[in-house]
Design a protein around this ligand. Sequence first.
Ligand code: NAP
Length: 199
Amino acid sequence: MKIIVIGATGTIGNAVVNKLKEHHEVIKVGSKSGDYQLDITSPEEIEKMFKSIVNVDAVVSATGSASFKKLEEMTPELNSVAVQSKLLGQINLVLIGQHYLNTNGSFTLTTGVMKDDPIVHGASAAMANGGVASFVKSAAIELKNGIRINAVSPNIVEQSLDKYGSFFAGFTPVPVDRVANAYIKSIEGAQTGQNYNIY
Ligand SMILES: NC(=O)c1ccc[n+]([C@@H]2O[C@H](COP(=O)([O-])OP(=O)(O)OC[C@H]3O[C@@H](n4cnc5c(N)ncnc54)[C@H](OP(=O)(O)O)[C@@H]3O)[C@@H](O)[C@H]2O)c1
């Protein structure tokens, strides 16, 4: 398969790429890194990517930013980071990409544990995660041409503890390899409308 991985140089994306590249052609995408550069917050750049990279069977999104702030410090502007990036960026990949993907293709998006297991500072990210998860469940029944869609909801991964561990006291981190397997299941399996909780 020919597979676009957005966020390919990130902690999760890199683990997904390492598994996929054994059996597939992988195009690595980031805003500054990778084989192709794209800002996921720009619908114009998403359209341009699908026009430039043709004959694609699967799209993975392992990216999406959010502001981590106490609720009392969260502002509409800070909240819009998650809206534009993690929520609309990922959803726009599907809205635009559905018209370009090969028959029987697939989308795999990324949410996260905070939608089910709240943490302080996590409301904005949780909002985006919940929106993406609901979109995936609903979009699955309407996508045409055998195109499937799933989301992966990782717990805090062991490899990210240095960066985010202080937010996740009492959580049991998961190895990134386990998280990456869920993307493989989504791409190589037959399921659709699923949200894989890797907790
Ligand atoms: N790590 C965890 O423990 C964990 C747990 C649950 C959920 N998640 C979610 O999983 C996703 C990936 O997390 P991660 O920790 O692997 O991220 P990461 O290590 O920070 O990597 C982010 C990746 O996204 C790319 N990127 C950043 N901004 C972009 C943009 N505007 N447009 C396109 N690509 C962009 C980066 O490449 P460039 O630098 O080239 O832009 C990089 O490849 C996020 O949505 C995160 O919330 C992570």
